[in-house]
Design a protein around this ligand. Structure first.
Ligand SMILES: Nc1ncnc2c1ncn2[C@@H]1O[C@H](COP(=O)(O)OP(=O)(O)OP(=O)(O)O)[C@@H](O)[C@H]1O
Length: 303
């Protein structure tokens, strides 16, 4: 494993009868930003809390740099929890400085870092305000500053972009990109798929406590189902029914979209189309990333 990688290796976690994680595995390498997506309750927060060590797994292991994550390594993780846990009545700068000191920084060093991060996150004007006086978006920027204050070696962020306006999204994504470029592995969960697609080097899709797909955007797209667009103007509505491995997704005015699984033979489909008359279009497409995500994150009804 390359230096500085965070590896989550087959962790499982149950809450009574609820299986929250079922051998979940995930690796974030140094200098890589990974988007962690899945429907509500899929297991993202549980995975992140176990990686941070605030929750124990029933089995499996979390490693950083090939060594099991212990107290020392944990203190080098920057974490942004989903339930934003700062002190509402404390002033922004005091709060960040205090958190820095809790991480073992000298007071002056923590003060410098608090000033630097508030400036970088465009919060300089709000340094002396109580956190509760800030807008939600600005409170979230303070949360990010809190995760960054001690110059973390790993960043784990639970829905850092939720509820942010486009300007705040830009500020936050630029800062995360800078951390990644400095070699820090960055993992964040999100339901904002376009953002994940735009920002992330890799994407992990989780469903029911398991990682069901993991790769670059291009890898995921090329592993998705093949679709065929066929334009056969004389074809009756049911021309493709019964072809092995073929599902008709739509058929209108001679334009048919078919979804092919591995058993499907596209040449057989072409012959069937030609049997109906002329074929003006016969093209293969891969699903867009958003389509892939939608399919993957949509919970199937319980079997
Ligand atoms: N403390 C708990 N007690 C019981 N069940 C829990 C507890 N925490 C989580 N769960 C269950 O574990 C599963 C995974 O939850 P988790 O919060 O990790 O999902 P998530 O992917 O982060 O969801 P969301 O997108 O809604 O934040 C869910 O079924 C949830 O109900």
């Amino acid at each position: 494993m390359p230096e500085g990688a965070l590896e989550i290796d087959r962790i499982s976690k149950r809450y009574g009868d609820v299986v929250a994680l079922d051998e979940m595995s995930l690796t974030v390498r140094s200098g890589e930003m990974l988007g962690f997506v899945g429907s509500n309750g899929a297991g993202k927060t549980t995975t992140m809390r176990i990686a941070l060590g605030v929750l124990a797994a029933d089995s499996g292991e979390v490693r950083y740099d090939d060594a099991p994550v212990d107290r020392t390594i944990r203190s080098r993780i920057g974490y942004m929890p989903e339930e934003r846990g700062l002190y509402p009545k404390m002033k922004v700068l005091d709060q960040l400085q205090y958190l820095g000191e809790l991480h073992g920084m000298e007071r002056a060093e923590a003060n410098r870092a608090a000033n630097r991060w508030t400036e970088r996150l465009e919060l300089s004007e709000r340094r002396d305000d109580q956190l509760q006086k800030l807008s939600l978006g600005n409170q979230q920027r303070v949360q990010l500053a809190a995760a960054l204050i001690h110059d973390p070696a790993v960043l784990i962020l639970d829905e850092p972009f939720s509820g942010l306006d486009p300007v705040a999204v830009e500020v936050m994504s630029t800062v995360l990109g800078e951390m990644r470029d400095r070699g820090v592995p960055v993992v964040f969960s999100s339901h904002q798929l376009e953002l994940v697609q735009r920002l992330c080097d890799r994407v992990g899709i989780v469903r029911r406590g398991r990682m069901i797909a993991d790769g670059t955007v291009e890898e995921l797209r090329s592993s998705g189902p093949v679709r065929l667009n066929v334009h056969a103007p004389k074809a009756p509505d049911d021309w493709a029914e019964g072809l092995p491995g073929v599902k008709v997704e739509s058929h209108q005015n001679g334009h048919t979209t078919l979804r092919l699984d591995e058993q499907a033979d596209d040449q057989q489909v072409l012959r069937a189309a030609l049997d109906t008359g002329p074929v003006h279009e016969f093209s293969r497409t891969r699903p867009s990333l958003t389509e892939l995500f939608r399919e993957a994150v949509t919970e199937e009804p319980d079997e």
